[in-house]
Design a protein around this ligand. Structure first.
Ligand code: SAM
Length: 248
């Protein structure tokens, strides 16, 4: 289950890639703008501000996220990006930090490009830190002490920028990656960060006692890999992969 509160706790760090992604979309007066996997809707609202005359469509598979988005005035609905199909007037599709959860999303991207009208823009961003220490430590802890959970940990579910440029071949493609050096505040900040995202399947699989035990084992490993600095902050490098395609 997604927790909009936990997710929004890091809203600044999460919103910057979104804005850098959308800045590369050159649409001036799109008819319909779609936010696939809109989350709590705070970023969707910025799409409506940029293109006030567009119909803004938003969907997310999490009812909690959809409620949070609707409470902010975003006309979001519950839906799965894997079965989403563009309306004929869809001129912009944005999907930020979502496709890493969608197996086979390369095929979806190809389908969307085929179905979108000429001149439409498709903009996506996914985290690319699946081989970073935070993921490796979770993997080694699971291997050592919770082997039954191994199936929940996937190999990297995303491509690198060249991979997405290949998938979107035929479009005008702008693909890149950025490693953000995030400065997190608070105790066990990296653990808190990944609890809201990468650890969700593990949290869901464990009862409260086992989850507390898991966190108790993971916390010192993360503290060693990402030491808290004297001023109480923690550096957390985070790679993200972006692609913006214009349909021919
Ligand atoms: C990391 S959040 C990103 C939210 C928002 N796009 C943002 O940038 O803040 C990932 C979102 O993807 C949604 N999601 C995951 N798989 C999905 C799917 N198959 N279909 C629709 N939404 C999905 C989750 O519910 C969650 O709200």
């Amino acid at each position: 289950m997604w927790d909009p509160g936990k997710y929004l706790a890091f809203a600044d760090h999460r919103s910057r890639p979104f804005h850098e992604l959308v800045a590369r979309v050159g649409a001036t007066a799109p008819r319909r703008v779609v936010d696939l996997g809109c989350g709590p809707g705070n970023l969707t609202a910025s799409l409506a501000q940029r293109w006030p005359s567009a119909v803004v469509e938003a969907l997310d598979s999490s009812p909690e996220m959809v409620s949070a988005a609707r409470a902010r005035g975003v006309d979001a609905r519950v839906g799965d990006v894997a079965s989403w199909e563009p309306e004929p007037d869809t001129d912009v599709v944005v999907t930020n930090a979502v496709l890493q959860w969608v197996p086979g999303h390369e095929d979806l991207l190809r389908q969307w490009v085929r179905a979108l009208p000429s001149g439409a823009w498709l903009a996506m961003q996914v985290p690319g830190n699946f081989s970073g220490p935070s993921h490796e430590l979770v993997r080694s802890l699971v291997d050592a002490s919770w082997p039954a959970l191994r199936g929940l940990l996937r190999p990297s579910p995303v491509l690198d920028p060249v991979g997405y440029a290949e998938v979107l071949d035929g479009c005008a493609v702008d693909a890149w990656e950025t490693t953000y050096l995030q400065r997190l505040e608070g105790e066990d900040a990296v653990l808190e960060w990944i609890t809201g995202t990468a650890l969700r399947p593990i949290r869901a699989a464990l009862d409260d006692g086992e989850w507390a035990a898991f966190r108790g084992r993971l916390a010192p490993l993360l503290r060693e890999a990402y030491p808290r600095r004297a001023d109480g902050t923690t550096w957390f490098p985070f790679r993200r992969v972006f692609a913006v395609a214009r349909v021919p």
